[in-house]
Ligand binder design. Structure first.
Ligand code: ADP
Ligand code: MG
Length: 219
């Protein structure tokens, strides 16, 4: 599950974002909606414990993230969070399988070739395991990033604008794969998007609508 109360974040420049309270049960789909600049990516960074709230609480899978220090936050993220960023950050120095092995290594997990094969297979990527990311289509690269995100069976999957720049068919396919991947690990799925096609394409448990930011002034 994910629940927030009174959640707010303040950037060093003075921009303060206050988020509406939201709750979604474990395994549900949460949509984070709002125009560009509303704070969707900031919310995802808070849910990944990459940022700490300026006020309020965010609880993910029974863990209050505001209570975590940096080291505990990093360990928690490696164990519990699957992140599908807007920029995929795949390394072209490595093969597709190598990128997944790197994710296991970075999380302190043992290298597990069977888990890598299974994750690639589930996303129709088994034949591409020895390619470099630059030899993939955009959709294939996104599926590799999704395979990497779910490799360690996270409790939550955070996807930042996963349908941006996809046509209708590709967007539908991407959402279906996200949902199936989340269901396979029992993960709660959070999709941040300003794409109105997303709400129509998914069984959404909760919607968090972010508006214009509250304050952009220096303290
Ligand atoms: P969204 O993902 O909805 O487009 P963001 O979470 O990226 O919105 O940004 C929310 C607000 O915070 C914007 O006004 C943005 O300019 C500001 N912001 C984002 N990142 C930073 C940063 N590193 N430093 C200062 N302000 C930032
Ligand atoms: Mg964003």
């Amino acid at each position: 599950m994910i629940a927030t109360t009174g959640l707010a974040y303040r950037y060093a420049g003075g921009t303060e974002i206050r988020f509406p309270d939201v709750a979604v049960p474990q395994g549900g789909v949460l949509l984070l909606q709002g125009p560009s600049g509303a704070g969707k990516s900031t919310w995802l960074a808070l849910a990944a414990a990459l940022l700490r709230p300026a006020a309020g609480h965010i609880t993910v899978a029974a863990q209050d993230l505001a209570a975590l220090g940096k080291v505990a936050g990093d360990a928690w993220r490696a164990r519990a969070v699957g992140f599908l960023p807007q920029k995929l950050h795949l390394s072209d120095a490595l093969t597709v399988a190598g990128n997944l092995a790197m994710a296991q290594w970075a999380a302190g997990a043992a290298e597990d070739a069977v888990a890598i094969h299974d994750a690639l297979e589930a996303l129709g990527l088994a034949d591409l395991a020895t390619r470099r990311p630059s030899q993939l289509s955009g959709g294939q690269a996104q599926r590799v990033a999704l395979a990497r995100a779910v490799l360690l069976r996270p409790r939550i999957i955070l996807a930042d604008e996963p349908t941006a720049s996809l046509d209708d068919d590709a967007a539908r396919a991407a959402l279906g794969l996200l949902q199936a991947s989340a269901a396979r690990c029992g993960a709660t799925l959070v999709i941040a998007t300003h794409d109105s096609r997303v709400a129509a394409g998914l069984p959404v448990a909760a919607v968090c609508r972010l508006g214009a930011k509250i304050a952009a002034t220096a303290p």
